[in-house]
Design a protein around this ligand. Structure first.
Ligand SMILES: Nc1ncnc2c1ncn2[C@@H]1O[C@H](COP(=O)(O)OP(=O)(O)OP(=O)(O)O)[C@@H](O)[C@H]1O
Ligand SMILES: [Mg+2]
Length: 153
């Protein structure tokens, strides 16, 4: 399983890392059968939403992407050739995976035109698809963050 480690020294650098992942996803020529799912783990304030802001901007999302906090799931539309919907999920307040399944998660994952990002994904690990991209955030103090990206080819 390929692993990528990145150190960022500002929120701007973390946004840029998000933009770079978006470019890689857009350029992907695979005939995907399922949604592209990115699972984020890491402490409060470690930079998950910041990364997602860069990713969403590069995918063409015009709205400001905020921490969903009081909503579990927020939907945005995309006008890319291969991707039409962007879902930002925050699992922080979920009690278990069942709650996300009740919101229709299984159908979201079946649609290859969907890009789904999930903060606090460790809470719903048992329902994540096997081809998920995992990103773990660690706060190294002040503005320094370590991002570890794991994915299957
Ligand atoms: N290198 C960095 N990368 C990302 N954010 C940084 C960095 N340095 C400082 N920050 C600051 O850390 C905070 C990160 O907040 P963010 O909302 O992205 O975290 P989060 O992981 O989504 O938190 P939560 O678990 O509460 O959703 C922001 O205030 C941001 O400006
Ligand atoms: Mg967040």
């Amino acid at each position: 399983m390929p692993t990528n480690k990145i150190i960022t020294n500002s929120s701007q650098e973390t946004k840029k890392a998000g933009m770079e992942l978006a470019m890689a996803i857009k350029d992907g020529k695979t005939a995907a059968k399922y949604a592209t799912v990115i699972a984020f783990e890491g402490d409060l304030g470690s930079g998950k939403t910041t990364f997602i802001q860069g990713l969403a901007a590069e995918l063409g999302v015009k709205e400001n992407v905020l921490s969903p906090t009081f909503v579990i799931q927020k939907d945005f539309s995309l006008s890319l050739e291969n991707y039409k919907n962007f879902y930002h999920i925050d699992a922080y307040r979920l009690k278990n995976s069942e709650e996300l399944l009740e919101l229709g998660f299984s159908d979201l994952v079946k649609n290859p035109e969907n890009i789904i990002v999930i903060e606090w994904a460790d809470k719903i690990k048992n329902i994540l698809p096997s081809n998920v991209i995992n990103i773990n955030f660690e706060n190294l103090g002040e503005d320094k963050r370590r991002l570890i990206i794991n994915f299957k080819i």
